[in-house]
Ligand binder design. Structure first.
Ligand code: SAM
Length: 281
């Protein structure tokens, strides 16, 4: 039976607040599984099982799939669509309230795959970027504008704190564009799949926390220069801010959005080594 029929048969009511636009096209689903680099060697953590079409496609290739779904009313639907998928565990809970270290313990090495509503995609992604220890990659379906922000290059309008934070862990790539017609029900925007393969030590830095604080400070006001943002974020006298920027090899009058992730790491190291950002792990 088709997913749509199963949803109808169970009297499922779509909830807009959860971004419930489901995928059904078999070719697209297997392409996403391929984009995610899923193979039998690692587990998959899916966020937002929906009607289970992607979950099923993932289960055919992965060692194991643990999938979160916030909407308990999908329980009877998933029981049907995932019948016979022995390696799938569905957890009916808000992923943002889950215990990531405990999950990592259960999963071992894993890939994240998620097709989520736009308002939660960035917080979910940042959880993996900032907290994950055993995550190999993150593959997310996002609206096109958000995808452009994730993969933006320094100096462009789309480049921001999130782009620089992601870059510390891996290179974000758009693997495919997905028109709105591929979803049921149809949303008002087109989407894209973004894949980030995590690489340990991709951008060497003395402290990841210092890197994140530096990036946050640099983008705290886009209208201000980097120097002025550092002054307000770290309560520095102007001369001290100038000296630190000089030590990091960054010229005067520069704005944060023009700094590459490598330059951010250099600046973060200077701020860390000079005691501006302390107690960092
Ligand atoms: N993976 C399915 C697919 O591709 O067809 C469903 C995608 S649908 C865009 C997003 C799903 O995420 C919905 O089923 C929604 O209920 C669920 N969801 C939204 N917020 C969530 C959260 N915080 N934790 C877990 N699931 C969530």
């Amino acid at each position: 039976m088709e997913t749509r029929e199963i949803l109808m048969k169970n009297g499922f009511a779509f909830k807009k607040q959860y971004g419930q636009n489901f995928l059904t096209d078999a070719n697209l689903l297997s392409a996403i599984v391929q984009d995610a680099g899923v193979d039998g060697s690692a587990a998959v953590l899916e966020i937002g099982a929906g009607a289970g079409a992607l979950t099923r496609a993932l289960s055919e290739r992965a060692k194991k799939v643990v999938s979160f779904e916030i909407d308990k009313s999908l329980q009877p639907v998933l029981a049907e669509t995932l019948a016979g998928c022995e390696n799938v565990e569905i957890i009916f809970r808000d992923f943002m309230k889950s215990d990531l270290p405990a999950l990592e313990e259960e999963l071992g090495s894993y890939h994240v795959v998620a097709n989520l509503p736009y308002y939660i995609t960035t917080p979910v992604l940042m959880r993996f970027v900032e907290e994950a220890k055993r995550c190999q990659s993150v593959t997310v379906m996002v609206q096109e504008e958000v995808a452009a922000r994730f993969v933006a290059k320094a100096g462009t309008a789309d480049y921001g704190a999130v782009t620089a934070a992601i870059a510390l862990k891996g290179e974000a790539r758009i693997t495919r564009k997905v028109p709105r017609t591929m979803f049921y029900p149809r949303p008002n925007v087109d989407s894209a799949v973004v894949h980030i393969a995590f690489e340990e030590g991709r951008i060497p830095t003395k402290s990841e926390k210092a890197y994140r604080e530096t990036v946050r400070a640099a983008f705290s006001s886009r209208r201000k220069t980097l120097e002025n943002n550092l002054i307000s974020a770290f309560h520095l006298p102007r001369e001290r801010a100038k000296e630190l920027l000089f030590k990091a090899g960054i010229g005067e009058g520069i704005r944060g959005e023009t700094l590459s992730p490598i330059a951010f790491a250099r600046l973060a190291d200077v701020l860390y080594e000079n005691g501006v950002i302390a107690n960092c792990s």
